[in-house]
Design a protein around this ligand. Structure first.
Ligand code: AMP
Ligand code: ZN
Length: 495
């Protein structure tokens, strides 16, 4: 039984008991999307995992400041500081302002987070809104001797940093091996060493996104924004930093080096990484061309899909695996997830309407102990590094008890009011507030109305006027009126 929250920390490679720096406050930073194209389902898996983590921390009573940024500048096409800025490039190709690209994809991303029933973060800062602070941090790194200038660009000096610190401690890489593998590229680069990374890049004449700085008109390096915004909103050292596993190196490794280089402090206590959503075992990624967009799932329009899957089915599919395991995309798994989701939500509907009734059944200590045990296991599964997969299993165990109460197999008095209320609030809290699954409206409202109107027609034909009135009132309560026309019965929205 895990009483206290334990988190797998990528930095130590172990599960650790969670001890916030200043309880009950928790600072959590998650690298947000680069808003140059549609967010794919893999990206959503990562953001959804951190939404559940945020929700569970809040459920435990922590006051979480959750910062998730918007990357709207600096993310180049390659991790080796080469290629064009992703947003600049898209703007150039579409002949739009970069901020039009940013606006479009940020809004799309927000719409998706709502569809998936995710909470907004406490702060959602954008990199372009923090250029001044980024120049400030570069100045600090120059002053401390960890950065150098070449032709108006500034680079972080990894080998100098590594003399007294450990570049590679998060990703477990050895600096000598990294230097060796990058040797071939060295001649084409203005950096002293290929493992050095850009803090500021001088903009070429055709580069659209540029800001003045002491060194050149240019733009900040991608890793810098997260260090700057994390520090600004959460302090020089904060509790949790998250992102997908593919960001561990170089992005997060560089963030550590920047913070230690500028402020002499490790920026983060718990580094958390979500694993990848895969397609046939390969990471889902836009550049590999194997990505699924959420709306392709909702409409079933992707060639690899047998049919459409709703947002909550998709969410259930994601939550059925632990965030640190890879999850392979498959039609069979989605179909199973749809069944599971519906079972869980039927339980929710049932339970919300269920009230304790005295039925005079004899006290059943064994059932009470079983229910108490399942409730403890719901908590203990989430305390075990936010294991949503195990938690869902426990919720299904609880659901068996709920169904037994519903069918009368288990009496209310047998478990008593207190245990019943605890069962009820646990199930509702875990489903609605922690996993954040919600009831979905029927896929096709109009089909339901048509079916009701057909029953209305039959009732009218039978001259069953009591039924006719009931149906008319029921439809009206839902904004639909039925009209008896000469040509037959029609329906319309009530005006
Ligand atoms: P990006 O917009 O590319 O910076 O990615 C946004 C977030 O999605 C990052 O935290 C990535 O690590 C994460 N991510 C990218 N691909 C996947 C994937 N296939 N599965 C899970 N997370 C992913
Ligand atoms: Zn980041």
């Amino acid at each position: 039984m895990i009483e206290k929250l334990r988190i797998y920390n990528s930095l130590s490679g172990k599960k650790e008991t969670f001890e916030p720096i200043e309880p009950p406050y928790v600072g959590m930073y998650v690298c947000g999307p680069t808003v140059y194209s549609d967010v794919h389902l893999g990206n959503m898996r990562t953001f959804m995992s951190f939404d559940v983590i945020y929700r569970y921390l809040s459920y435990l009573g922590y006051k979480v400041r959750y910062v998730r940024n918007i990357t709207d500048v600096g993310h180049l096409e390659s991790d080796a500081d080469e290629g064009e800025d992703k947003i600049s490039k898209k703007a150039r190709l579409e002949n739009l302002e970069p901020m039009e690209i940013v606006q479009r994809y940020t809004m799309d991303f927000h719409r998706l987070t709502e569809i998936f029933n995710m909470l907004p973060p406490s702060i959602e800062p954008a990199a372009t809104g923090h250029i001044v602070e980024q120049i400030g941090m570069i100045n600090q790194l120059l002053d401390n001797g960890f950065a150098y200038e070449v032709n108006g660009s500034i680079y972080f000096d990894v080998s100098k940093y590594n003399k007294d610190h450990n570049y590679g401690k998060l990703s477990g890489r050895k600096i000598e091996e990294m230097m060796e593998s990058g040797r071939d590229l060295a001649s084409q680069d203005e950096k002293h060493n290929t493992i050095d990374f850009a803090l500021w890049k001088k903009a070429s004449p055709e580069h659209i996104m540029r800001w003045p700085s002491p060194w050149s008109d240019g733009f900040p390096g991608w890793h810098l924004e997260c260090s700057v915004m994390g520090t600004k909103y959460l302090g020089e050292t904060f509790d949790i930093h998250g992102g997908g596993l593919d960001l561990q190196f170089p992005h997060h490794e560089c963030e550590i080096a920047q913070s230690v280089g500028a402020y002499g402090k490790d920026p983060v206590h718990y580094w958390m990484h979500t694993n990848m959503l895969t397609v046939n075992g390969q990471k889902m990624s836009k550049s590999l061309g194997n990505s699924f967009l959420p709306h392709e799932l909702f409409t079933g329009s992707h060639p690899l899909l047998d049919e459409a899957y709703s947002p909550m089915t998709t969410k259930f599919f994601m939550l059925q695996s632990h965030y640190s395991s890879t999850l392979d995309f498959s039609n069979d798994a989605l179909k199973a997830a749809r069944k599971g989701y519906k079972r869980m939500i039927n339980g929710l509907r049932l339970l919300k309407e269920m009230e304790f009734v005295e039925d005079g059944t004899a006290k059943d200590e064994k059932s009470i102990e079983q229910i108490e045990q399942i409730i403890r296991m719901c908590h203990s599964s989430m305390n075990d590094d936010f294991n949503t997969a195990l938690t869902i299993g426990q919720l299904f165990n609880l659901l068996k008890k709920i169904n037994s109460l519903h069918t009368g197999q288990l009496g209310f008095d047998a478990i008593g009011k207190e245990v019943f209320e605890k069962l009820k609030s646990t199930y509702i809290d875990f489903v609605e507030n922690i996993l954040a699954l919600k009831e979905e409206d029927p896929a096709d409202f109009k089909k339901l109305v048509e079916a009701m109107v057909e029953i209305y027609r039959e009732a009218k034909f039978r001259k069953d006027f009591e039924q006719v009135d009931k149906l008319r009132a029921g439809l009206k309560a839902n904004g639909i009126i039925v009209k008896d026309m000469k040509t037959g019965i029609e329906w319309a929205y009530e005006e």
